[in-house]
Design a protein around this ligand. Structure first.
Ligand SMILES: [Zn+2]
Length: 220
C-alpha cells in the first residue's frame, strides 16, 4: 500500500469532480419520494440512544447516497460523489451554521472528532504489527499513514506534522464519516479500539441534522 505522506493534500482543498445541481433532484419524481422516505426513517431515529443508531444511520446514509448520485450525476464510485459534495460551499455553510447554532449537535461533532482519523479497518486485518501499536486513532496516525492504511480524513498526518488540529468542517467531517460508513458496511468490528456505536451515533446525529437543513430534506 502506498504510504500517505505529510504532503497529502488537505481534503478541504480537493476540487469537485462534478457540479452539484440541486434541480436534478427536484426533477426525480418517484425516486425522490423513495429517497425522502429513507431520510424520514433516519430522521425519526435522531434521538435514539447510542446503541440504536446503526439503522437510522444506514437509512440516512442511503438517502445521502441517492441524493448525491442524483445531483452530481456520478454513480460509479462513492468517492467521486463524496469528493464533489464535500467541496460544495452551500453544504459547508449549512454545516457551519448548524454547529454554531446548536450546542448539542456541536458537542456531538466535537466528540466525533475524538475518533479521527478513522482507519480503514480492512487494511489492518491480519497486520499484527499495526494492531499492536494501535492505542487510539490519533496516536496511531503516523504508523497508519506510513503503512498506507487509508484514513478518514486522509489529510490527518499532514495536519499532525504541522501541529494543527484536523479542522472540524464539512469536508473533514464527511470524509471521516465516509470511512466510518465503509468500516460499518464491511462488517468489521473492533469494540476496544473502535467504539463503533459511539462513532456512528455521533456522526449520524450531526449528518441527519445537517441534511434536515438542506432544501431537499427540510424539516423546519
Ligand atoms: Zn485537511
Amino acid at each position: 500500500m502506498r504510504p500517505i505522506t505529510a504532503e497529502e493534500p488537505c481534503v478541504g482543498t480537493l476540487p469537485r469532480i462534478a457540479d452539484v445541481r440541486h434541480e436534478r433532484f427536484d426533477q426525480l419524481g418517484q425516486g425522490r419520494r423513495v429517497i425522502h422516505s429513507w431520510f424520514e426513517r433516519g430522521w425519526r431515529g435522531r434521538d435514539n440512544p447510542e446503541s440504536e443508531c446503526f439503522e437510522p444511520f444506514i437509512f440516512t446514509w442511503i438517502a445521502l447516497n441517492g441524493w448525491a448520485e442524483c445531483v452530481t450525476d456520478l454513480d460509479r464510485r462513492d468517492q467521486d460523489w463524496v469528493q464533489s459534495i464535500a467541496a460544495e460551499p452551500d453544504l459547508a455553510a449549512v454545516f457551519h451554521s448548524l454547529l454554531s447554532e446548536d450546542p448539542v449537535i456541536n458537542e456531538a461533532a466535537v466528540e466525533f472528532t475524538r475518533f479521527w482519523p478513522i482507519p480503514r479497518l480492512q487494511a489492518l486485518r491480519r497486520r499484527a504489527e499495526l494492531m499492536n501499536s494501535w492505542h487510539s486513532n490519533a496516536q496511531a496516525t503516523e504508523t497508519f499513514a506510513r503503512a498506507g492504511v487509508d484514513l478518514g480524513p486522509r489529510c490527518a498526518f499532514r495536519h499532525q506534522v504541522r501541529h494543527e488540529g484536523i479542522p472540524l468542517d464539512w469536508s473533514h467531517f464527511l470524509w471521516a464519516l465516509y470511512r466510518a460508513r465503509c468500516n460499518l458496511f464491511h462488517g468489521e468490528k473492533n469494540p476496544y479500539h473502535w467504539g463503533d456505536q459511539a462513532v456512528i451515533a455521533r456522526g449520524f446525529k450531526v449528518l441527519v441534522h445537517a441534511m434536515s437543513r438542506w432544501r431537499a430534506f427540510e424539516q423546519r
